[in-house]
Design a protein around this ligand. Structure first.
Ligand SMILES: [Zn+2]
Length: 349
């Protein structure tokens, strides 16, 4: 197959950051994707309607290359929040979902939730109003090995949340382990999971062998090859429980190539091309549309996009740019360790 047409994709997990990054990042997403769930871990996290609607307005200002683009804003759950604020923001359609970051689990999560059981009253309301709960599923405890944090989170926290709130719609975001794949497969359809391109493509050996590659460092951290294989199987699965969330998370190159380097991979610019190559290499091109354009919409009970994108397979590999430069910042663009021959030929408007 040398050409492919699929429904326009959605990105169910993206970081647009703030000015001056935001202005350049938004159009990179909106030119290909029709919807994006936007993460709230800003320097001033999104904890009320006012911040949320201002942020949404800013995003819409820079997504004019796609009049259909819909940024779905998330509310940052925290210890001091008001339930009413959350419910009202949801009712007024200012926010789309609420995000749970365990305290300190990732970039700008220092206002996250310190004790998850304290959130149960809020989960009850979310369940009642059908507000989706998005979870960064890792514990953040010194004594827990960094490679085990997703598994321990699922055992200690997600299991009781699912049990206590069977009607709550939950997304376990950017899953990284075979354990998580199995858990989601065995759970009710209220729990589904997003997967990033980089976790489908890389394992921890890619990051750590010979010389350390800071641009492959992300959170949750890359896992073993057997985990990556389980994620691939999940992405190809016809049960539609898994969907794309790029978790595209840019940092300036100096913050990555640093004695104390930041976590995050910037992949928006080539994520669909890269995934198309990955699915093609695995003989699974037929599953691509489900993973990038359908499964997420089904989970969030949103209509499918009606426009399409057309991809073409070239005879020589695509040459991607190395950096996206924004003022004095240089953001390294994710590069998979294989050649990508697929290119987006046309995006329907
Ligand atoms: Zn993220």
């Amino acid at each position: 197959m040398n050409s492919l047409e699929i429904l326009k994709p959605d990105d169910w997990h993206v970081h647009f950051r703030e000015s001056p990054l935001l202005e350049k990042l938004v159009p990179e997403t909106s030119k290909v994707f029709n919807r994006a769930i936007v993460m709230p871990n800003l320097i001033e996290p999104i904890t009320n309607s006012k911040i949320a609607s201002l942020y949404k307005k800013k995003i819409l200002k820079y997504s004019t290359n796609n009049p259909f683009f819909n940024p779905l804003i998330t509310f940052y759950l925290n210890d001091e929040m008001s339930i009413n604020e959350l419910v009202n923001a949801f009712k007024e359609k200012i926010i789309f979902a609420a995000k749970l970051y365990p305290l300190g689990a990732t970039t700008n999560s220092s206002k996250g939730v310190s004790k998850i059981s304290n959130m149960f009253k809020i989960f009850e309301k979310m369940s009642e109003y059908k507000i989706p709960l998005l979870i960064h599923g890792e514990v953040n405890k010194k004594e827990i090995d960094v490679f085990n944090r997703e598994k321990v989170f699922i055992e200690d926290h997600l299991t009781p949340i699912c049990k206590n709130f069977p009607n709550l719609k939950i997304t376990l975001e950017h899953i990284t382990t075979k354990f998580a794949v199995n858990f989601v497969n065995e759970s009710s359809s209220n729990l589904k999971a997003s997967i990033t391109p980089h976790h489908l493509i890389l394992n921890r050996t890619d990051m750590l062998e010979h010389k350390i590659k800071p641009h492959y460092y992300c959170l949750p951290i890359l896992k073993k090859e057997e985990d990556r294989k389980a994620l691939l199987t999940a992405a190809f699965n016809e049960n539609q429980k898994f969907f794309l969330g790029t978790d595209s998370a840019p940092h300036d190159v100096q913050e990555k190539e640093n004695a104390c380097g930041c976590a995050g991979i910037f992949n928006t610019i080539n994520s669909i091309e890269t995934l198309t190559q990955l699915f093609d290499d695995n003989g699974m091109l037929n599953s691509l549309e489900n993973f990038v354009s359908r499964n997420g919409a089904i989970h969030y009970e949103l209509p499918f996009n009606t426009q399409k994108i057309k991809l073409r397979k070239n005879s020589s590999p695509i040459k991607f740019e190395n950096f996206l430069t924004i003022k004095n910042l240089n953001i390294k663009i994710f590069r998979p360790p294989f050649n990508v021959f697929w290119e987006i030929e046309k995006v329907e408007e």
